[in-house]
Design a binder for this molecule. Structure first.
Ligand code: PMP
Length: 285
């Protein structure tokens, strides 16, 4: 079965789904995106994703192309047409198509809207969570507004490839002070020696992960000691546990950092419990 994409008002097989070479997403990475988990055919935490999308659009002064209700219909329909039970739905909005020129195009230029969806293999993800993943650290060379979920992801691409080249699944980005900001496509967490759960505070230097926000709810419900502060690479090497969060993988234990085992090199109890309880705190639509 061919995958189906929504592109500017039409549902098309991927091989026929196209945007213009003058799309500003292609020319300038002038656009934003969202990735929502799909579970049992439902979207997970759609409202929080749509709120973040609105914020990304407004920070970049891109007018919302359609109502939240209409966008919701398109996302659910794309999931349905692709028969996705478990996987993700991807949404991208760009400032539209215009003659290549840096300033914004004329008012009223239609934004481009693309939605795709694809399945993942829950058994494979569970197996990976049971084994844990390796991460490596790389310098955080991104711009100063990474709280906006823009499609300008070149530093993330380079970081992910550096991870792959070193046999790891994720890269942790490290600021000039030696502190971990987040992963190339995830938020980064540790559990310190004294059992405190730690992740970088919100601000302009990390993406406000939706999974991050739900994991904080889960941690509170579980009565965990929790601190929002930056942690150093050295602290991470010495941590009792480490893990990453993102919509695609929820809570994924990290068992090595720069080839050094985290604690005994097995997934930790805190990460596993957060993963286990996650969907009880998430909203399905
Ligand atoms: N940080 C970055 C840089 C990301 O790309 C992502 C995934 N989109 C995240 C964090 C996690 O965000 P979420 O939990 O909303 O998927």
């Amino acid at each position: 079965m061919s995958r189906i994409a929504y592109v500017n008002g039409r549902y098309l097989p991927h091989e026929r789904a196209q945007v213009s070479i003058e799309d500003r997403g292609f020319q300038f990475a002038d656009g934003v995106y969202e990735v929502c988990e799909v579970r049992g055919g439902h979207l997970v935490d759609e409202r929080r994703h749509m709120a973040r999308l609105d914020r990304s659009l407004s920070e970049l002064r891109i007018a919302r192309p359609m109502s939240a209700a209409a966008l919701s219909v398109v996302m659910h329909e794309t999931v349905r047409r692709n028969r996705v039970r478990d996987g993700i739905v991807y949404l991208q909005i760009t400032r539209g198509v215009a003659r290549r020129d840096f300033p914004f195009p004329p008012e009223g230029t239609p934004r481009s809207v693309i939605v795709t969806s694809r399945s993942n293999d829950p058994a494979w993800l569970e197996q990976m969570a049971g084994e844990g993943i390796a991460v490596v650290t790389v310098p955080d060379i991104r711009w100063q507004r990474v709280d906006i979920k823009s499609v300008a992801l070149l530093p993330n691409v380079l970081a992910k490839q550096a991870a792959r080249d070193r046999g790891a699944r994720e890269a942790w980005l490290v600021d000039a002070q030696g502190r971990v900001t987040e992963g190339a496509s995830s938020n980064a967490w540790i559990v310190s020696r004294d059992g405190t759960l730690i992740t970088h505070p919100l601000g302009r230097d990390i993406l406000p992960g939706i999974t991050r926000s739900v994991v904080i709810d889960v941690a509170r419900a579980q009565g965990l000691a929790f601190e929002e502060r930056a942690f150093t690479v050295e602290e991470a090497y010495a941590a009792r546990e480490a893990f990453v969060t993102s919509a695609g993988q929820i809570v994924m234990p990290v068992v090595s950092i720069d080839s050094r085992p985290v604690a005994n090199g097995a997934p930790g109890l805190v990460a596993s419990a957060l993963r286990r309880d996650y969907h009880r705190h998430a909203e399905f639509s």
